[in-house]
Ligand binder design. Structure first.
Ligand code: KG4
Ligand code: ZN
Length: 347
């Protein structure tokens, strides 16, 4: 990455929602190791993330996870060159835990703290693979909180093309899954149930698919699913699977249709998909086929880097460190629950 220069080591910390994650990136050798602790069990009983419980658990987990990771890698704290932490967007209390720890560690070690945008982390996650995507490209970022189409001219240069006006794609998966009686977070479970469903046995709307823009709207899907369920006197397993299939097919068709339109409008021929929903097997397969048919290429992160992780945060920090951008030592503990991605362009 920086051949000829002294190798640099960056510790990454992610705590924006319900995953506590840590990672170490080396500028020469790439990702040395990463750990993710998912709080799913903690929140499941409540049907969704409880912010205060999330923050308290991050406080308990993060420091021991860092110590363990460094020990497993045979590294001493003093060997680190920077600490990169997720400064936003996300749950403010959860962000604060990683921010306080990141700033304190950096101060104690006398190294820079790098304040990383969580979505930029997702956007760069595909670079953790052997074959990183080329620039410029169109990015489809589909997570629990965001559905975005972005024109990416180069790292750090992001132009928003379209977004969801209401629910994000992951949120739509989760809410429809809940209506089908699946536990939180329902996205992967709904996808598994959909495998047994029959195509076309239940038909749901494709919100905004045929509108001539790059906007999304997924909130109507859960209403349609609720209606479909209300119309059923008894919801058997087969019918649940058919509805799950219909939900997945509707979301995938809209995401694929809008992504193709974004490629056409920008004249670009490469799509990079990221965020939790990019782990969805159906989305991966339909996008790969349909983009190949139009002569475009498609890149995904490996499955472990689709959902929240600290490897993408450490990588983003390392790129920032090596380019000398965004280095500050003002000791502020920065947590920005809302943070427009395009603000990064002015760096
Ligand atoms: O990126 P992520 O881990 O967290 C946020 O930054 O939001 O995304 C989590 C979202 C959840 O809504 C989850 O249900 C969804 O990604 N998800 C999936 C799959 N795996 C995770 N949705 C559909 N199919 C999957 N296989
Ligand atoms: Zn995320």
């Amino acid at each position: 990455m920086t051949s000829g220069e002294k190798p640099r080591l960056v510790l990454g910390i992610e705590s924006s929602c319900d995953e506590s994650a840590v990672a170490v990136m080396d500028s020469e050798r790439g990702l040395l190791g990463h750990r993710v602790f998912s709080q799913i069990e903690l929140h499941r009983a409540h049907g969704g993330v409880v912010p205060e419980l999330a923050s308290r658990d991050h406080i308990r987990r993060l420091l021991p996870m860092i110590e363990q990771l460094l020990a497993d890698l045979g590294l001493a704290r003093g060997e680190l060159d920077a600490v990169a932490y997720t400064a936003g967007p996300g749950l403010v209390g959860a962000l604060l835990t990683g921010a306080a720890l990141g700033e304190a560690l950096a101060f104690a070690l006398g190294i820079p703290a790098l304040r990383i945008h969580h979505l930029e982390g997702h956007l760069l996650a595909s670079e953790l693979t052997r074959e990183p995507p080329p620039y410029p490209h169109v990015a489809l970022l589909v997570s629990g909180g965001h559905t975005l189409l972005i024109e990416v001219a180069a790292r750090g240069h992001y132009q928003l093309l379209g977004a969801s006006r209401d629910d994000a794609a992951g949120e739509a998966f989760d809410k429809c899954a809940k209506l089908l009686g699946l536990s939180y977070p329902g996205g992967p479970q709904l996808a598994a149930l959909a495998e047994r469903g029959r195509a076309g046995a239940c038909v749901l709307p494709r919100p905004m698919l045929h509108q001539d823009n790059l906007e999304f709207s997924f909130a109507g899907l859960k209403t349609a699913v609720r209606q479909a369920i209300l119309n059923e006197p008894e919801l058997g397993d087969e019918r649940r699977a058919d509805i799950a299939r219909a939900v997945q097919d509707a979301i995938v068709e809209v995401l694929v249709g809008k992504s193709k339109r974004a490629l056409e409008l920008t004249g670009l021929s490469c799509l990079v998909v990221s965020g939790g929903v990019s782990a969805n097997a159906e989305l991966r397969s339909v996008l790969a086929t349909e983009l190949a048919a139009m002569g475009a290429s498609c890149y995904f992160p490996s499955l472990e880097f689709c959902t929240d992780n600290a490897a993408m945060i450490a990588l983003t920090g390392l790129l920032r460190l090596t380019s000398g951008e965004g280095l500050c030592s003002d000791l502020a503990i920065v947590a920005r629950p809302r943070w427009p991605l395009e603000e990064l362009n002015t760096r």
